[in-house]
Design a protein around this ligand. Structure first.
Ligand SMILES: [Zn+2]
Length: 124
């Protein structure tokens, strides 16, 4: 009886999500985040990463301390500041998809806002 109730509570969706999960995190637990650099570093203006759902702030703080990833380490060392531009639900697969598609600035609300302001007030 108890077993039946537990199974019902998790439902078919829970099973699907667990099935899709790969690696250390399942899809539901992962958040993809986009960091926007206030000044571009060489060709890079953004950093796309993923982390556990409840630890984005922690992860961003790590990046700010220069310990999160290699790119962010050099960016921080170069004195470049950055902002958390946006997040997406999804796991590694979605992260790869977004990375492969490229064009982070088209998905970055900060860049879009800057572009819009530039179009509205063109420098003549
Ligand atoms: Zn941006």
């Amino acid at each position: 009886m108890l077993r039946f109730r537990l199974r019902r509570r998790r439902g078919p969706e829970a099973v699907r999500v667990l099935d899709r999960g790969r690696g250390p995190y399942c899809v539901r637990d992962v958040l993809i985040y986009l960091l926007h650099f206030d000044t571009p570093y060489r060709h890079a203006g953004h950093y796309l990463g993923f982390t556990k759902h409840d630890s984005v702030d922690e992860r961003v703080a790590k990046h700010a301390a220069g310990t999160g990833s290699r790119l962010m380490q050099v960016v921080v060392r170069a004195g470049i500041t950055f902002k958390l531009a946006r997040t997406w639900e999804g796991g590694r697969v979605r992260e790869r998809q977004l990375k492969k598609q490229g064009g982070a600035s088209r998905r970055c609300p900060i860049c879009l806002k800057l572009k819009k302001e530039k179009n509205e007030n063109p420098v003549s």
